[in-house]
Design a protein around this ligand. Structure first.
Ligand SMILES: Cc1cc2nc3c(=O)[nH]c(=O)nc-3n(C[C@H](O)[C@H](O)[C@H](O)COP(=O)(O)OP(=O)(O)OC[C@H]3O[C@@H](n4cnc5c(N)ncnc54)[C@H](O)[C@@H]3O)c2cc1C
Length: 408
């Protein structure tokens, strides 16, 4: 989950009592050690402990998001299995549907998404619309109580395993780009949806291209109003940045920095120079500062959906991970250049850092951190404009109808 806090952060009050009571009731009725993760997570949803800040009846208890940390800690202690890393997109789709979906959509989508029965992917980027995602061209044309969708998406992580996609389309080309977008839940098994692998620098094809040819999408699967796709997408994007940047409350010294320390510990004594120790310690302090800053930002947040602090955390996380893994390879000397297997693979699990496998894999995987979920340059623009209040960058196409914007 994205919004976590340790039990010591949550204090004691009526909301904490509510969550504690719900945890006790869940564990009294269901033993996570004897159930599958999917079954147990379904029951967790039913007790309002999926996203505690969501409304009652939709996987939440209507309490502050920080209390999710208490849930995670207590359920882990009771033997609940960790969330499937391939379920990363529930951190994006859940809040989006909770914020913008109808009650019928919340009823239909949230529980199977949280339990892991349904997997989701994100169909935002296009070959001509990444950073400028609002410039997207995938066409949605209304046809009775359905929409006909044609277009291509790209870099779609886990789309080959997904049951549903968060799809953003151009429903009105005769309006400025931000105003003519409409957001849908796309059934990935619909006729006309084709998913093709894209191989990345690690050798894996974690992501895909997704082609849509005359795909019929029921209007009942539209999330938010027609033309409101940009507003709905912002909820997805803010939650994505926060999920990548904070990743819950990591333990001190965990993640990429643990890989660097691991490499250091294996170095022969004569290679553990004072200069290297200094370089490693600077990165370690950077990692610890980021961890504490992210925890503080999370604890200060009262509303459910994150703001620009998620983008700032994402920027720091990406740049730091790259610096740490570069140092880890450098410490290894020539040995750092060999021993990596580039065989084509289709991973079933997701990891934003790849540190669970090998230093070589992590070094290559973290290169993507400063691109996925919005590039570091875009995060700096958000930091400059929304946090520091600097003048916005020139946006010459903002008020021009999408159809009239020159594009190649
Ligand atoms: C591992 C990985 C997984 C991904 N998963 C998904 C996914 O599941 N779903 C999905 O929809 N997308 C996904 N993406 C796509 C990702 O969101 C885009 O790659 C990203 O937004 C950048 O878009 P782009 O690749 O088109 O690059 P561009 O937007 O073409 O950018 C090229 C360069 O120009 C810079 N640039 C662009 N505009 C500006 C500006 N205004 N100011 C300063 N610099 C600028 C960028 O920072 C970058 O360096 C994934 C990407 C990666 C690497």
């Amino acid at each position: 989950m994205t919004n976590t806090a340790s039990p010591s952060d949550v204090g004691t009050d009526a909301e904490t009592d509510l969550v504690s009571d719900a945890i006790a009731a869940l564990l009294a009725e269901h033993d996570p050690k004897t159930m599958s993760a999917q079954e147990f997570r379904g029951c967790q949803y039913d007790h309002g402990l999926a996203w505690v800040y969501f409304d009652k009846g939709f996987g939440g208890l209507g309490v502050r998001p920080q209390l999710q940390g208490l849930v995670e800690t207590e359920l882990k202690a009771a033997g609940a299995k960790p969330a499937d890393p391939g379920g990363f997109f529930l951190n994006l789709a859940g809040p989006t549907i909770h914020t913008h979906g109808s009650d019928a959509q919340k009823d239909r989508f949230l529980r199977p998404m949280f339990s892991g029965e349904d997997r989701w992917c994100q169909l935002f980027s296009e070959p001509g619309a990444g950073s400028d995602f609002a410039g997207l061209g995938t066409k949605a044309v209304a046809d009775g109580d359905e929409w006909i969708v044609n277009g291509q998406k790209v870099w779609n992580t886990i789309a080959h395993l997904a049951d549903w996609g968060m799809l953003v389309t151009r429903s009105n080309p005769d309006l400025p780009k931000h105003k003519g977008m409409t957001y849908f839940a796309l059934d990935m098994k619909s006729p006309g949806v084709e998913v093709r692998p894209l191989r990345q620098i690690t050798g894996e094809a974690e992501f895909n291209e997704v082609y849509m040819t005359d795909v019929r999408v029921p209007d009942a699967d539209r999330i938010g109003d027609i033309g409101e796709g940009w507003r709905v997408s912002l909820t997805t994007l803010m939650n994505e940045r926060s999920a990548i940047g904070s990743g819950g409350t990591p333990k001190r010294g965990s993640g990429a920095i643990a890989s660097l320390v691991g490499v250091w510990n294996k170095l022969p004594d004569d290679e553990k120079t004072a200069v290297r120790r200094d370089e490693m310690m600077k990165l370690w302090v950077g990692a610890e500062t980021l961890r504490l800053t992210t925890m503080r930002a999370g604890a200060n947040r009262r509303a459910g959906n994150p703001g620009p602090e998620g983008s700032v955390a994402k920027l720091a996380f990406s740049e730091l991970n790259k610096a740490i893994m570069e140092k880890a390879v450098e410490f290894q000397g020539p040995a750092g250049l060999i021993g990596y297997d580039y065989t084509f693979r289709r991973p079933e699990e997701l990891s934003a850092t790849g540190t669970e496998t090998s230093v070589g894999h992590a070094f290559l995987r973290v290169r993507a951190n400063s691109i996925e979920g919005g590039t570091s340059e875009i995060m700096r623009n958000i930091l400059g404009e929304q946090v520091l209040g600097l003048p916005g960058e020139p946006r010459v196409d903002k008020d021009v109808n999408w159809i009239d914007v020159p594009r190649s």
